[in-house]
Design a protein around this ligand. Structure first.
Ligand SMILES: [Mg+2]
Length: 217
């Protein structure tokens, strides 16, 4: 029987299939300012907070296009595109069943996400099963100092549940998120997306080919 003290879930690309929408929104926003985002650069944005991503894209635009673009201007371009796409994002296969299984087994759950509270509300609206994860740390949480890859999101999620992060399982898809969860001391289960090399993740990951094949009992 495998039973963690708690399950700490990432949201984007783990419970919900939102990463194609995020990538599309950043690509279109950057293209407006003359920058074509490569797949490698899009992967670097994955799992990080919106403002951290905006600052990164801003740096690339300055370096490659010799153009000064404010984060506000970049986000003003990106947000409407993102909101339209994200509201339609489907669940990842097995996500709903995994959350319901944790609920049946009375395993405490928390959401540990880089997404803001408003963005989570938008994405979660078509997925009422996510309400089972009542404890949440958002990217714009007033108590959160540093975003992923810093461990703060997972440490705060564990603290709110009153569990030891080292006895908890974290579920992640991005290298930045996996790094955050490992630094927090969690056992990290990674749903590695196609196109991201295993070498970009920290050592000691538990690889999942799907959320459906988790040995939880
Ligand atoms: Mg993610």
């Amino acid at each position: 029987m495998l039973r963690p003290a708690a399950c700490l879930f990432d949201l984007d690309g783990l419970l919900l299939d939102t990463e194609p929408s995020h990538a599309e929104a950043w690509s279109r926003a950057a293209a407006h300012f003359g920058l074509q985002l490569t797949p490698e650069r899009l992967l670097q944005l994955r799992g990080r907070r919106r403002l951290d991503c905006a600052q990164q894209v801003q740096t690339w635009i300055e370096a490659d296009c010799q153009l000064q673009v404010g984060c506000e201007a970049l986000l003003a371009r990106r947000q409407p595109i993102a909101e339209q796409l994200l509201a339609l994002a489907p669940a990842m296969p097995g996500a709903r069943a995994l959350v319901q299984r944790c609920q049946q087994l009375s395993i405490p759950m928390a959401m540990a996400t880089s997404s803001s509270r408003a963005a989570v509300a938008l994405k979660a609206a078509p997925h009422p099963w996510l309400a089972a994860i009542a404890v949440r740390v958002h990217g714009d949480d007033p108590e959160l100092r540093r975003g992923k890859p810093a461990p703060d999101v997972f440490l705060l999620a564990a603290r709110r549940l009153g569990v030891d992060p080292r006895a908890s399982w974290a579920f992640e898809d991005s290298p930045a998120g996996a790094q955050a969860a490992k630094a927090a001391g969690c056992q990290v289960h990674v749903l590695r997306p196609e196109g991201i090399a295993a070498g970009l993740y920290p050592a000691g990951m538990h690889w999942l080919s799907s959320l459906e094949d988790l040995p939880l009992g």
